[in-house]
Design a protein around this ligand. Sequence first.
Ligand SMILES: Cc1cc2nc3c(=O)[nH]c(=O)nc-3n(C[C@H](O)[C@H](O)[C@H](O)COP(=O)(O)O)c2cc1C
Ligand SMILES: [Mn+2]
Length: 468
Amino acid sequence: MRDWLQHVDALGELKVLEGVDWQENIGRIAEMLVHSDGAPAVLIDKVPGYPEGYRILLNAQGERPRVAVSLGLPADIGAFELMDEWERRMDTVKPVAPTVVESGPITENVFEGDDVDVTKFPAPKWHELDGGRYLGTGVGIITKDPESDWVNMGTYRVMVHDRNHTGLYISPGKHGMIHRNKYFERGEPMPAVIVPGMDPLLFIASCLEMPPNMDELAWVGGMRGKPLDVIQGKYTGLPIPARAEIALEGFLHGDQKRLEGPFGEWTGYYASASREEPVFEVKALYHRNDPIILGVPPEKPPYEAHRFRQYLRSANLRRELRLAGVPDVVGAWCHTVGGCRLFNVVAIKQRYPGHARQAGHIASQTRAGAYLGRITVVVDEDIDITDLNEVIWAVCTRADPERDLDLIHRAWSGPLDPAIEPGKKGFNSRMIIDATRPWEWRDQFPPAIGPTPEEKRITRERWDWLLK
Ligand SMILES: Cc1cc2nc3c(=O)[nH]c(=O)nc-3n(C[C@H](O)[C@H](O)[C@H](O)COP(=O)(O)O)c2cc1C
Ligand SMILES: [Mn+2]
């Protein structure tokens, strides 16, 4: 993260802000930053009541140039070039296992037993109605499958309970939850490491849907072309990134529960209310000198994670459709308005009857689209899928509801789904809208009005003083 900050500062995209209270105004500023186009990354320092140097990074990857820095790409890269490069890397990057080292910046400060105190960090109350202070938002949770060598890192929110206890909310079906349930079924606590501040690329790997059995730490090693240095956790043996900012090592206990939540979530609501959740006991606390919390509080869409996942998850969706054997997928776009989950669009060049339904049903169930989706729209290749206006126009003019609407019942949802009744959260349904020209009479479909992009370019050149 320190290198990343230098790069971003050199681009003029980093601002430092001092003296802002954790109770209200850090959260307020975070909310407003992610909803402003062109807003910088902001490093908050000198939080009243906390030591100078204990910082919080906000809006790190809210703009494309800063996502490019994370990926080691030119800062002026275009959206589609970024997506192509991401897709290429997802196809070609081979995981490189981390290297175990004895120490690193993360061991500059190590506390155990009574000396553990996670309340020393200026974790903000991010949203007015949150049930507590969340240290973990831009966080990665490292766990291991008890039945195999699979190490996973996923982003699951972390609320502070007291000096050596936190909450950990994991949605059903997430890899950390699959691991957790296996430990709990054996009557064992789950060993885990919580990393609330780290390299933004690690965070990307942690919060995007990588395949099961993929070690996100090894994936980042592959992306960087060199293994990540890790120390071995003293209590759990789990890998801890040696250059991370902060790490909490300990155990999640199935038989100790405390209220967790509510928390403002990515759907734009405090949707999961508060529930009893297993408690994470911190056995060891590690942090660098002058540690930096990575703050990525969820907000009403689009927030920071949507701003970068619109490229990365869309590229993943396009790739997964290709890998599933759906031909002639021209593009896929996970719209930020739906949190890059609830409203996804796929464009195809129709090749055969049923092609559009195939694309729609599969898009709604790939790794990129399966969890808590809602609406998948399939359009023809002439529609600009990044433009909501064009997409809705296609829905309004090419889809007839009784012919073009399919539902999938009892699909993968979870407690965060605001449309599902309390007590019944778990399943939801999916709407597949086939907004392509109907296959049988596509040749008789009325032609759309308007010049082609090439014609527009020529006309714009000729009358450039008038037509921008
Ligand atoms: C800022 C942010 C916060 C998130 N919080 C949670 C969370 O509290 N619980 C959860 O299950 N998923 C959360 N997610 C989504 C998961 O991190 C994401 O689905 C990821 O793929 C999980 O890793 P896994 O696929 O290895 O399980 C969050 C994502 C972001 C960007
Ligand atoms: Mn995973």
